[in-house]
Design a protein. Sequence first.
Length: 518
Amino acid sequence: MKKLYLGFAALLLGSSLTYGYDAGGTLNNSVVGQQATVASSEEVSGLTPKRPATAVIRAQQPAPLVPVAPFVTRSSEPLRVAQAAPAEPVSGGNDAFLFSEIERLNGEIQKIKKDTAKPDTKKAWSAPKIAGRIFLDSVNFVDQNAESRALGNRPNAAGFRELRLGASGNGYDAFDYKVEFGFQNNTGRVALIDNWVGVKNVPLLGYVRAGHFKPETGLYYPMGTTNVSMMEYITPSNIFGLGRRIGISSEHLFANDRIRLFFGVFQSAATDMDRYLKEDNQGQIVNLRLSAAPWFGQEGKYVLHVGGHWEYVSLDSNANKTASLNAAPGTFSWADASLQSGSFANDYSNRGGLELAYQCGRFSARSELFAGSFAAYNTTPGRHLYGSYVELGYFLTDGFRTYDLKSGSFGAVKMKDNFHPFKSGCWNLVDGFGAWQAVVQWGYTDMEDWRGTNTAPANQTANTLGGGHQNDFVAGMNWFWSPQMRWMFEYVRSEQCVGNAYSHRSQDIFATSIRYNW
């Protein structure tokens, strides 16, 4: 019995010497020879606690043991000490929480990189957007009647209809600009195209633009050759167009952008090939256009457009107060005129027109009426010019032309699939055929007030010249490879009734064009 009491006392004394806490809160294990950190009750800040929040046993066994009271065994195995399972960290310091925090921080970093990569348009200009176009045309006069041949055989032509290069951009949350030059001129000189700067939200004036650009003389002509349905402007739209002029304009939008008002003042003389117009009286053009889209949806897939325009043109002093009007068959710009007024006295003119367009899905219809009065102060009466056209279009595949409320005109094509050929093994395949659109047009130009007014060349009689009227019938197919690229095919039948003898002339034309703009 005495030996049993001595053994029990030795066990108690050994236990007190084996386990103890140092001043720093560390549990000493003299048997194992390691230290274990005890869970601290101090507040945890962020992801790293001021003191480790879990107890760590640096023993050989990786798995925790079931909590038991410390004991001593007579076995030869080393003594193992087990602690209670650690409590859950205060701020969720487990692996899932750490991974989620890493993902969140990575997302924040990527967002910062993306935001800093974009220029602040309130403080600087954006990077310029490079733009241009290449139009490669082939035009063939496949037939002329005898009256037309009497004035000479009309040659075929192939070449670049347009070569342009430019840039546009915006900045300071208020300005935008466009710079564009043309290289298609026969003179070999570089021509000014669109060169202007605009300012948004000007008090009382709305959007203000100043520079070299088109007065808005209707619906069709301001759209530009990129967005028109045929290779050229329909004849009446072209003859009433004023080209580009130096001027300043104001644009207002009303009724949730459904109503648009344009007002501009331009100089009447063209400066396409020169940077300056040097004369005291440079002439004026006053231009007003009002358009509305009472029915509009899905970017213009469904739209009803109505509008009207008016222009007052006063000629500059160096033009000797004369004007001339010319129309080519099918409006092909390089072709000789088929209907011409000759030079006539003109101090000023008033021109205007009405616009109507309807688009419902794949189907579209457009029409305009034009009228103009040309007068001279010392000559009465004045002369009148008239014109009109009708265009019908239908997409054989899913597609339509978008409509821009801010410009009151039709824009780029919206299509389901691009034309996409590809190679698979030994086969060349296609998984997208683009969009196909069939278009028909009729255009009428009336210059009856100028019949027989031209001076005849030595080898012709006066009855073969002068004013009259012209009808252009056009049927075409547009194959859109993408919204920016298309292959065009069209047939034109142009007929004129000209001069006092009412000479009837006609031309049959087949034309094709590959056009790309970016």
